[in-house]
Structures are given as structure tokens and as C-alpha cells.
Design a protein around this ligand. Structure first.
Ligand code: MG
Length: 381
């Protein structure tokens, strides 16, 4: 189901102690706000509006510039004002579901989103909720009473709504009052808001000690995945070949629908493999005239964009080119630099190697050349 999302990251988070505003503190070497935004993008959001404090606009725009579904806007003085700014910025129609999420809950997963969207089929809103396991006391220093837990729930985010319903609820809300969550507005207008199973992992990072706990959880929820890619192209008439994103003068050319850069094709397949997103032929069908003679750097850049959208951090790439000629050595560093640029990696994480097959097989007879690549990424478990 198509859905949009608003991530509210404009608050100062004073209870979290001194330092950067909460959304900008790092968790597992990424700013907190990136966790939810990337998770919602990877859960399939067609649009993610990130609402930040006005003085953070430039920084946030830079962080999310490679995530094409994401748009950064300035928020209001209150949380409600920020959500309203987000609602105004959404481009989808009123029937589409919208998820409103607090940046301070970094561990949102696709399963949470699926649960909310399916509950929305016969409700105006859906909220993840947890029962209260502890005994509840009322008082200041001294206890003045014990509160029954019966029928009490802890509401989390993301909360899901029909966009039109939430917009109308915000229009009707009395000015000067500040709702504590978005469900409250829809409840007030008589909307049907249902609860779905919450998750302790959707905890809100509020106090300094929450960040310590989250740091441990963040480390345990990321794993390294690798993908492998192979490609071969046949030699034909020509005076140059494209290999590893670099043009090399040669007494022959390479035949292919695109520019036949087997090196970038193998890397593209390796990266798509690491994130389990099919292969290059699915993303760029040879039957599509748009890719005739196309420069292959856009294939690898597209795979890198898909990886980022899934919240994957590319760790390294290793490419092996198998041919008798042309000689790769003189062009190795230029290829590494171009591949590093396309993947957004530092140079020392990109390797280009070359070998021959000692005159054996199709590469040995110089009928064509072959490339093999491995790419590793770090992503959520
Ligand atoms: Mg190819």
C-alpha cells in the first residue's frame, strides 16, 4: 500500500541532557534523525517529510540529499505546529495513509508499518500501544494513591491516519492547546482510532540513559551483508573500451546494449545482490531503448541510491577484471577514483584488480572480457 510519512525532528529534547538537540545526537555513528527516516523509506514510503528546526535546514538537506523520497522542511514552535507544516507539505491525496513519527524513536521497522497500514483499512487512525506492566503510583515525593492499570496503554509512534482525516482534525483543534500526540486530535473529532501491538523497540529516547541503552541496541541490530556480481562482454570493432567507468584506448571495442562496461555492471549486480534488490537486467531491461548506448555509471549510481533508501551503508567494493588486453594497471587508480565517487566511498575502500586466464578460454582467446565484483554493506538485521 502506498503511504507517506512525516518525521518530526524539530524539538530540543531538553530532558536528554546538555549537548546537541536530541535528533542530532549520534546513535551508531549516524544522527538519530537518520534512523527513522531511512527506516520509513526502506519500508516503502513514497514520500518522507522531515520537519526540522529552521537553523538545521541546511544540515538536514545535506544529510538527506541522496534519499530521493525525502524532503526537509522547517517546523513550527510546537510539535503540533511541526506536524501541521508536514501535512501542508505532503503532495499525496487525502485518501492516502500518512504515518506521523517522532525522530526520537529510531528503531521503527517495516513490520510496524505493515501492522499500522492493515489496521487502517477499517479505521481513521491506528496507534501502536503497549500495556503498562508496572504498578502505577500517584504523588510527588510521597505516594498519595495507586492507579489501576486496567484499560491503560502507552501510545507509541509511528501513528497512521487517512491524510484527510488528520488534516481536518488539526483544523478543528482549539488554538492555544497542545495535543500530546496526533491520535488525540482524531479521537476528539469522533474518529475511530484503533490500537495495534506496540513494540518495546519503538521506545522513545528521552533521558540520557536511554541513549546508552539505544547505543547497545543499535550495534546489535546491524549486520554486514555481501553481494557478488559477474558480467562478460564480447569484443567487436572499435577504438576504445569503457571499463570501471574509464575510457581506455584499444584496438577493439566492447559490444553491448549500453556502453558495455562489464566492470560497472558486475559492481552494480554485486551491490543489488547485497541488498537483495534483483539484478541489473530487472532495473535496466536491455529491451528498453532508453539504455541503448547508455553510460553505465548511472546503473551503479542507481544501485547506490537503492542501497541508501534501504538504510544500507556501503562498506567496500572489490572488482576483478579478467582479460589479456587492454592492460588494466595504468588505469587502475582512475577506475578506483570513479567507482569511489559513484558509491560515495573513500578511495581506500575501493579495490580494482586484474588478471588473465593465461591464454585459456574466451578471455584468453580475446573474444571478450569478464568482470567479477564483491560489495559489502552494513544494514539493519
Ligand atoms: Mg553487462
Amino acid at each position: 500500500m502506498r503511504f507517506s510519512a512525516i518525521v518530526v525532528a524539530a524539538g530540543e529534547g531538553l530532558r536528554a541532557g546538555p549537548g546537541e538537540p536530541k535528533a542530532w545526537r549520534t546513535l551508531g555513528s549516524r544522527p538519530l534523525v537518520r534512523w527513522s527516516v531511512e527506516a520509513l523509506a526502506s519500508a516503502g514510503a513514497s514520500e518522507v517529510i522531515v520537519v526540522v528546526a529552521p537553523d538545521r535546514l541546511a544540515e538536514a538537506a545535506d544529510i538527506f540529499k541522496t534519499l530521493s523520497v525525502c524532503r526537509v522542511i522547517a517546523g513550527g514552535k510546537t510539535r503540533g505546529g511541526s506536524v501541521q507544516a508536514g501535512l501542508a507539505a505532503l503532495s499525496c491525496n487525502d485518501e492516502q495513509p500518512v504515518l506521523v513519527h517522532d525522530a526520537a524513536r529510531p528503531f521503527v521497522r517495516p513490520a510496524h508499518v505493515e501492522r499500522l497500514l492493515s489496521a487502517l483499512s477499517d479505521a481513521d487512525g491506528a496507534v501502536p500501544a503497549l500495556a503498562v506492566p508496572d504498578t502505577l503510583k500517584r504523588g510527588r515525593e510521597m505516594i498519595t494513591g495507586t492507579v489501576s492499570r486496567d484499560g491503560l496503554w502507552r501510545a507509541q509512534t509511528p501513528q497512521a491516519f487517512r491524510l484527510g482525516r488528520l488534516r481536518a482534525a488539526y483544523r478543528d483543534w482549539p488554538s492555544g492547546e497542545e495535543p500530546t500526540d496526533d491520535a488525540q486530535l482524531v479521537e476528539r473529532t469522533g474518529g475511530r482510532v484503533v490500537m495495534v501491538a506496540g513494540d518495546p523497540m519503538l521506545m522513545k529516547l528521552t533521558w540520557p540513559e536511554d541513549f546508552l541503552l539505544a547505543e547497545q541496541l543499535a550495534g546489535s541490530r546491524r549486520i554486514v551483508r555481501s553481494g557478488f556480481g559477474v558480467d562478460a562482454h564480447r569484443f567487436g570493432p572499435g577504438d576504445a573500451v569503457m571499463l570501471g567507468g574509464v575510457r581506455i584506448e584499444h584496438d577493439r571495442g566492447l559490444i553491448g546494449h549500453s556502453d558495455a562496461d562489464a566492470g560497472l555492471h558486475a559492481l552494480t549486480d554485486a551491490l543489488l545482490g547485497a541488498i537483495a534488490e534483483g539484478d541489473i537486467g530487472q532495473h535496466f531491461p536491455p529491451s528498453d531503448p532508453r539504455w541503448k548506448g547508455a553510460s553505465s555509471d548511472q546503473f551503479l549510481a542507481h544501485a547506490a541510491e537503492r542501497a541508501r533508501a534501504k538504510g544500507a551503508l556501503i562498506l567496500n567494493a572489490d572488482l576483478t577484471l579478467i582479460c589479456e588486453r587492454p592492460k588494466i594497471g595504468p588505469h587502475r587508480d582512475a577506475m578506483r577514483a570513479r567507482i569511489a565517487e559513484l558509491l560515495g566511498l573513500p578511495l581506500d575502500r575501493v579495490s580494482v584488480k586484474a588478471t588473465t586466464t593465461e591464454g585459456m578460454g574466451f578471455t584468453g582467446r580475446e573474444e571478450g572480457l569478464m568482470a567479477q565484483a564483491i560489495v559489502s554493506v552494513e544494514m539493519a538485521f
